[in-house]
Design a protein around this ligand. Structure first.
Ligand SMILES: Cc1cc2nc3c(=O)[nH]c(=O)nc-3n(C[C@H](O)[C@H](O)[C@H](O)COP(=O)(O)O)c2cc1C
Length: 310
């Protein structure tokens, strides 16, 4: 018997963590190296900030939540930490959960599944190694690092709902308890792994929606306007100042197009003289990771215009 526990580190509403863990659990089950796998969600474990009076090494726990957490971690032979990168590090809830215990972690391997923006959470994964080795855990060198994790989100709440429904069914089977159907965390998207990118309704690789989306952001200056607006709401003159070389006519035309496509909203401010402010809609804001990915790609593959090849 060997058990792998996949720990979901993030706890905030709207997090992507459970969806990533669901994918990892599926991969682990298919791999078949462990007789049992379980997703352990720190949001459900719900530990307060460390409040034990004694050093965890002594195992003299005074709170039920610590005893429960200790029992859960003791059951495992190995772990996967599914963790986001927050401000170039791993998240505080994971550190808190680690600090509660000591012997329970020892001599067990831990694999890192990290995610974030361009860094793919690799800074978080590196940073945690110092902590886990202090507890005599063995971090596995091989890692899963997911860049631009939010590009993988599809179908609000679908993944989380399936994950929670499965957990409830498993819990009900184990305890004989009635499945009360607790609500999933709000706003969690499904994690779409490479190869699962949605195709057209007719199954073709490129669908009409994709063409429309590419054309929407592909017009000259549109990307620059959107990138300027990712920093927040801006007045017309501020946008023009942020984009050297754009003419008034062109900026006005592109802003009208972006409003028509529902990416930008125009607000008239009650100032004297009257000023006009532009803001992204949610549809527009959700293009940010898409354009970030394109910026990274362009820096790899597109030479600076006018520059000579080395
Ligand atoms: C407080 C905070 C700080 C973040 N800092 C970083 C960062 O330093 N590097 C990065 O790549 N992404 C960063 N992000 C983006 C997150 O990696 C991304 O939002 C991810 O979805 C967070 O994981 P979660 O949804 O499971 O909470 C940050 C997000 C939050 C909420």
């Amino acid at each position: 018997m060997s058990k792998l526990e996949i720990i979901v580190a993030s706890t905030r509403p709207g997090r992507v963590g459970p969806s990533v863990a669901e994918w990892i659990e599926k991969e682990a089950a298919e791999h078949g190296g462990f007789t049992e796998t379980e997703v352990v969600d720190l949001a459900e474990v719900n530990l307060p900030f460390m409040n034990e009076p004694h050093h965890p090494r002594l195992g003299r726990y005074t709170h039920q939540h610590t005893l429960d957490w200790s029992a859960k971690i003791s059951e495992a032979d190995a772990f996967v930490f599914v963790m986001p990168e927050y401000n170039f590090g791993y998240n505080a809830e994971l550190k808190n959960a680690i600090d509660y215990l000591h012997n329970e972690w020892q001599y067990k391997p831990v694999g890192m599944v990290s995610y974030g923006g361009v860094s793919a959470g690799t800074r978080a994964a590196q940073m945690i190694k110092q902590v886990v080795t202090t507890l005599k855990m063995t971090p596995v060198f091989e890692a899963v690092s997911i860049p631009f994790v939010n590009l993988h989100r599809r179908g609000q709440a679908a993944g989380a709902q399936r994950h929670h429904a499965r957990r409830r069914r498993r819990h009900a089977r184990r305890t004989g308890a009635h499945d009360r159907g607790t609500a999933p965390a709000a706003g969690v998207g499904r994690f779409v792994t490479p190869g699962q990118v949605p195709t057209g309704e007719d199954g073709h690789a490129v669908c009409a929606r994709f063409h429309t989306a590419i054309e929407m952001i592909g017009a000259r200056w549109t990307g620059a306007i959107l990138r300027a607006l990712f920093s927040g709401r801006l007045r017309y003159t501020q946008i023009r100042g942020a984009i050297p070389g754009i003419s008034d006519t062109m900026l006005a035309q592109r802003l009208r197009g972006l409003q028509r496509d529902g990416l930008v909203e125009r607000h008239v401010l009650s100032t004297t003289p009257v000023e006009v402010e532009y803001r992204l809609t949610r549809k527009g804001r959700e293009l940010e990771p898409v354009l970030d990915a394109l910026a990274v790609w362009s820096h790899t593959w597109i030479p600076v215009p006018g520059a000579r090849e080395p």
